[in-house]
Write a protein that binds this ligand. Structure first.
Ligand SMILES: [Zn+2]
Length: 480
């Protein structure tokens, strides 16, 4: 429960506060935000997404995800005073990609443009990151201020019922009005707070702290961080059966072990869909030239998931889906996938074996889980390179210089997807390899020269070395 009970229990209080309730509500929200240190940092990330020039420094827009209702809410702050909020709400959010928008502002803050700025930032997020197709607004007929606000934002009036008018803004109209060249984003990290909510048992290696460690590294490097969109079912179906999302939702309605290693529960499917959506959005960002390199910081990982069943901590085959998205929907002719997680990427390999225009290379330690990595018949596009146990930095770099990088350079991919696992680090408990974090920096330096890259977080189970390794990797990606 993210908010004090009396607020969460009665959303009407929050959404349409009586004037005398507003200060108490604002205070309660501010208090609960302070308690939620992790989420509050996230709020700051989304605030960065809102163009600072647009926002000015007098107002900030934050984002909080409510518990079971799953509605994004932007808060409008002036200093530490909550002045209002923008609520994006619709039960059809997932199916229709349409949602409803509601803005409220304290009377004392009227007339200063705060609501417009916040609503514009929220719209930018839903159209450009969440890829929503339509936003509707319902405005009480006598509410002239709201009518003026939504008209200013480009909403068109399309209908009316007894006591309210309906306005709508489509993604197309938004793009037409904001068609100026999008900001070039350099290196982008895509993540989402839902990925912290994938529940595993206390002794499971894939703890939320892993993701926090990677996000901390990204924050320390001051990278641009955007929300990873949730993939839709059609995207998942590029690799998995059409009903796979529904099947996994049903199987994870309660806490469940999907296989011997794969813990899951409510929230797991949404977390995993952010991983797929982030990988796909990353491909779109680099192929459109909006970003140089993208790192998708999500959990659970994906490279062991088979077409039909979760496996080895993984639910969906995120990187394979992104590779097929790049080939068949985003117009890439050649897509390379390199899996440098210390475990062999069996799920990715199965999904991409024999796939024209796709090269798959897995570099992994031999004799480790899942004991796969044999050459599949009729799949010259698959390359497996097994590392001897206890491989150190020098041997690792030599294998890349001799076998991996030349192969990638010859292939000359339009985009290079990376299954970025950091579990070959010496401190990681799951392997005998003895890499140092600097090796991952070296690797990034080599790989960024091959093509625009989209990395998706796979393994890495010692949080201290994971943070250092991810930081070295990301730092090398941003070097001029
Ligand atoms: Zn691994």
């Amino acid at each position: 429960m993210l908010l004090p009970e009396h607020i969460a229990a009665d959303r009407l209080v929050l959404r349409r506060p009586r004037r005398e309730d507003a200060p108490a509500v604002a205070e309660a929200i501010a208090e609960s935000l302070k308690e939620l240190a992790g989420w509050f940092q996230w709020a700051q990330l989304l605030q960065r997404f809102a163009d600072p020039e647009d926002m000015g420094d007098r107002a900030t827009v934050a984002n909080l995800r409510f518990d079971d209702l799953h509605n994004p809410v932007y808060f409008i702050w002036e200093g530490d005073r909550l002045q209002g909020e923008v609520i994006l709400d619709n039960p059809l959010w997932e199916e229709e990609r349409a949602l409803e928008m509601e803005v409220w502002l304290r009377r004392s803050a009227w007339g200063r443009g705060l609501a417009t700025e916040a609503a514009r930032a929220a719209l930018r997020h839903v159209f450009e990151v969440e890829r929503c197709q339509l936003v509707e607004a319902r405005i009480e007929s006598r509410n002239r201020a709201s009518r003026a606000l939504f008209t200013r934002l480009g909403f068109q009036r399309y209908g009316f019922r007894r006591d309210h008018e309906r306005f709508a803004l489509s993604a197309e109209d938004w793009a037409a009005d904001h068609g100026e060249a999008p900001r070039h984003l350099g290196v982008v990290v895509l993540s989402h707070p839902e990925c912290l909510l994938h529940p595993v048992s206390p002794d499971h290696p894939d703890q939320p702290e892993r993701l926090q460690a990677v996000l901390d590294a990204a924050r320390e490097l001051d990278l641009t961080m955007l929300g990873a969109p949730r993939a839709d079912e059609r995207t998942v179906a590029l690799v998995h059966p059409d009903d796979h999302v529904d099947v996994l939702r049903a199987r994870t309605a309660d806490a469940a072990a999907l296989d011997r290693d794969t813990d899951a529960g409510p929230g797991s499917v949404d977390a995993a869909l952010r991983g797929v959506g982030g990988a796909v959005a990353g491909v779109d960002l680099v192929l459109a030239g909006h970003a140089d390199h993208v790192f998708v910081a999500t959990r659970p990982p994906g490279h062991h998931a088979s077409r039909t069943r979760p496996m080895g901590f993984c639910l969906f085959s995120s990187v394979a889906i992104a590779a097929l998205h790049a080939r068949y929907r985003a117009g890439a002719e050649r897509v390379a996938v390199l899996d440098f997680d210390v475990h062999q990427g069996n799920g990715t390999q199965d999904a991409l074996s024999g796939e024209p225009g796709v090269l798959f290379i897995s570099v992994h330690e031999e004799l480790l889980y899942p004991l796969t990595g044999r050459q599949p018949p009729g799949a010259p596009n698959v390359v497996n390179i097994g590392l001897a146990p206890r491989t150190d930095s020098a041997a690792f770099r030599a294998i890349f210089a001799q076998k991996v990088l030349p192969r990638l350079q010859d292939f000359a991919p339009d985009v290079l997807l990376l299954s970025a696992g950091f579990d070959a680090h010496a401190a990681d408990p799951v392997s005998t390899a003895s890499l140092q974090s600097a090796d991952f920096g070296w690797l990034a330096e080599q790989l960024r020269a091959v093509a625009p890259t989209v990395s998706v977080l796979e393994g890495g189970y010692d949080t201290v070395s994971l943070k250092k390794s991810a930081k070295a990797f990301l730092r090398a990606m941003v070097m001029k």
